[in-house]
Design a protein around this ligand. Structure first.
Ligand code: ADP
Ligand code: MG
Length: 332
């Protein structure tokens, strides 16, 4: 049973960024307006997500990290209308299986917080009182210590994994409105550096300026497209011909209903239509697809990064037309 659980867990939590993604999404689901991600040695030793959300009530402590425990489904009549990021109750149980999980949490109904320790099967093994503001801190030590091959790979690729994580955190920093995000990394003997810090502004524009700076923002133009009755796209794209001459392909962020996702086909389309000063230039693209939850399925892969639109062909077709207008030669 233990081995199967570890293998399944390894499919939900693929790497450092998917682990942190689950924790950040839990914080956002909990209504946090401040989320801090703390890393030790780029996440290799441990990582922690600290929020000021609603906290976890004591009657959930025992079941918290058990497989398929979720507090989120009860609020929704069915999966289709789900708006929270998580609902399958797999993240904490998977993280337990793959590393060492502790949780510190306090709701508004408690005067003190509780520190919880879980074992690899998700059982609560220790519980003690501690001081903390309302909210939750989840700490994962030694991710993948239980999967030797993955663990080696993780250690070997730690800088790459870290880079992927920072890119993901940038995605949240761009899209999250009114949420303060901070990421720190501690290396060596307590040398702590702030790698990302946003104030949680109320608009995408302000978030872009925070993340990329004003000079980058001034090369962008807003896009507000209605690409079908039910699908709208909001965001910003590089203005035609604008660019710093370097490859900006790494500055493309796609979202569905405010959730960071991979959209290789849309990325390809944008790159194709964009007319840079030279062929090695790629546009910045920050695009949020607003669709009824019924029209897309973000749960096709366990890590929820891939999306599937029920009418993908027509969405891509309409998008091509709409972007063709923006990047049409007559406008340059
Ligand atoms: P899911 O998010 O799919 O419900 P998880 O395994 O990610 O499953 O989390 C299990 C449960 O733990 C959640 O449903 C929620 O009740 C609780 N939880 C996890 N993280 C937090 C948090 N940061 N704040 C409040 N509750 C949390
Ligand atoms: Mg979750």
């Amino acid at each position: 049973k233990g081995v199967v659980h570890r293998i399944c867990a390894g499919q939900v939590i693929l790497d450092l960024s998917s682990a942190v993604k689950e924790l950040v999404e839990n914080s956002l689901d909990a209504g946090a307006t401040s989320v801090e991600i703390a890393l030790k040695e780029y996440g290799e030793e441990w990582f922690q997500v600290i929020d000021n959300g609603c906290g976890i009530p004591p009657n959930n402590f025992k079941v918290l990290a058990l497989k398929h425990h979720t507090s989120k489904l009860a609020d929704f009549p069915d999966l289709q209308s789900l708006t929270t990021f998580g609902f399958r109750g797999e993240a904490l149980s998977s993280l337990c299986a793959l590393g060492e999980l502790t949780v510190e949490t306090r709701t508004k109904n408690e005067s003190v917080a509780t520190h919880l320790t879980f074992d690899h099967s998700g059982l609560l093994t220790a519980e003690r009182k501690t001081a903390r503001q309302i909210g939750t801190t989840v700490t994962v030590k030694k991710l993948f210590c239980n999967l030797p091959v993955r663990s080696k790979k993780f250690q070997h690729n730690i800088r790459k994994e870290y880079g992927k994580l920072i890119s993901l955190l940038n995605a949240y920093a761009l899209i999250a409105k009114g949420v303060r995000l901070v990421c720190t990394n501690t290396t060596g003997k307590n040398v702590k550096s702030v790698v990302l810090k946003t104030q949680g502004s109320g608009s995408l524009k302000d978030n872009i300026i925070t993340v990329f700076g004003m000079s980058t923002f001034s090369c962008l133009e807003p896009v507000n497209l209605c690409i079908s009755n039910s699908c709208k796209v909001d965001g910003y794209l590089s203005r035609s011909g604008y660019g710093s001459g370097r490859n900006l392909g790494d500055r493309q962020f796609f979202f569905v209903n405010g959730r960071p996702v991979d959209m290789p086909k849309v990325s390809k389309l944008v790159n194709e239509l964009y007319k840079g000063a030279n062929s090695r230039q790629y546009p910045i693209a920050i695009m949020n697809f607003v669709v009824p939850t019924m029209a897309c399925d973000v749960n096709v892969t366990p890590d929820k990064r891939k999306v599937f639109f029920s009418d993908e062909v027509s969405i891509l077709h309409s998008l091509r037309e709409a972007l063709g207008q923006i990047y049409s030669p007559s406008r340059v």
